[in-house]
Design a protein. Structure first.
Ligand SMILES: [Zn+2]
Length: 389
């Protein structure tokens, strides 16, 4: 297995927009002030979450910063590991009795790099979630009042079909988990007390968002009958997208086919001694980076043999050689690396199905290759690697 350094370009970018449009004090259009990036390691890979922060540009005195809504199901405040990792560690320990050491080892084997001390922390985070009650937290209550109230989101998350459900209620404006409870039975009567505790916080509830889950729905209606209630639109969108599943399957086959062709070109270039920058990222000198990830996909890449690797490194380190313009074969190697990267991109259904994202990426590479070929003009040799794609 090839061990490679974590590279920002490997992280899946998730851009979170702040939904507010106008200043609540003066009505001016809000401006994007800055972005807050954050890396999150989830079970299926590394994500870079970039969050917009907006403010009023009019100098009306409104100093409020407008941010995107928070989803604690993706990641909890101040954690670098996703909530799916937290739940996996917690449930396997609590229910399965698996030792934290074994869970950590297993996560590492599955390409989720985690130190043993982190596994303990993740387990404690999970325990805290299962009996979370912020009702007595006066500082938190003060902050929630200052922001004008809360927009609640509620959901039950489950590790697998047989595990108890972890119900979470959080404020999407601040991203603060407020109450949590791990229950074996999901029904309205179990959930009413959870919402009663939220009500007892005595902070204005501006709105509620949840899945239309059995139990959750009637419990919200019983405790907060007058609060605007929006049912999550994800399921609705998934149903709308269902009729495209055949097309998506075709696209997936086409993406795999193109990725395979690119891989063949890359292998030919590699055998000819031409490698892209991407090959060098796996070399030992880059291993000092703070996060390392091990992916199964890397195994499919033909790793350079030690002898060739040394040679590549010494060539790369030579300033004279580096200054020379790229040869056509090197350009082709860069394009194959770009295409391989595009073919591995992730996306989230229903709005961004992975195969659609991959297809778009591959098409962008194709356009770049065609533009490069056009630049070379009429004297292009007919059998260059880049032209075959
Ligand atoms: Zn304003």
């Amino acid at each position: 297995m090839v061990r490679r350094s974590f590279d920002v370009s490997e992280a899946v970018l998730l851009y979170a927009e702040a939904p507010a449009r106008v200043c609540e004090a003066c009505g001016a259009n809000l401006w994007i002030r800055w972005h807050v990036p954050r890396f999150v390691q989830r079970l299926d890979g590394v994500y870079q979450v970039v969050r917009q922060v907006k403010g009023c540009p009019a100098g009306c005195g409104n100093k409020r910063k407008y941010r995107p809504y928070e989803d604690v199901r993706f990641v909890l405040p101040r954690l670098t590991y996703g909530t799916d990792v937290v739940i996996e560690v917690g449930e396997r320990q609590l229910r399965g009795g698996t030792s934290l050491r074994a869970i950590g080892r297993d996560l590492n084997e599955r390409g989720v790099p985690v130190e043993q001390s982190h596994v303990g922390e993740l387990f404690r985070s999970y325990l805290a979630l299962t009996k979370l009650a912020r009702g007595d937290d006066h500082a938190l209550r003060k902050r929630l009042l200052e922001q004008g109230g809360v927009i609640l989101s509620a959901d039950g998350v489950q590790y697998d079909d047989t595990s108890p459900v972890l119900y979470l209620v959080w404020d999407v404006l601040s991203g603060q988990p407020l109450f949590g409870e791990r229950k074996t039975f999901k029904g309205k009567d179990d959930l009413v007390p959870l919402f009663e505790r939220v009500k007892a916080l005595d902070v204005p509830v501006l709105g509620i968002v949840s899945d239309k889950e059995k139990g959750l729905f009637p419990a919200v209606l019983e405790v907060f009958p007058d609060v605007p209630y929006q049912v999550c639109q994800n399921h609705f969108l998934k149903n709308c997208a269902e009729c495209m599943s055949g097309d998506l399957a075709d696209l997936k086959a086409s993406v795999s086919d193109r990725a395979e062709k690119v891989q063949r070109i890359a292998s030919r270039l590699h055998k000819a001694g031409v490698n892209s920058e991407e090959w060098e990222l796996g070399s030992p000198r880059c291993d000092e980076a703070p996060i390392e990830i091990v992916t199964d996909e890397e195994e499919e890449v033909e790793a350079p043999s030690p002898a060739e690797d040394t040679e590549t490194e010494s060539v790369g380190a030579d300033p004279v050689l580096q200054a020379e313009p790229l040869t056509e074969a090197q350009v082709a190697a860069e394009f194959t690396a770009m295409a391989k990267h595009a073919a591995r991109a992730s996306g989230r259904a229903p709005l961004r199905p992975p195969d659609m994202v991959r297809d778009e990426g591959l098409e962008r590479v194709r356009a770049a290759v065609q533009a490069a070929a056009a630049k070379r003009g009429a004297h292009t040799r007919p059998s260059t690697s880049s032209k075959r794609r």
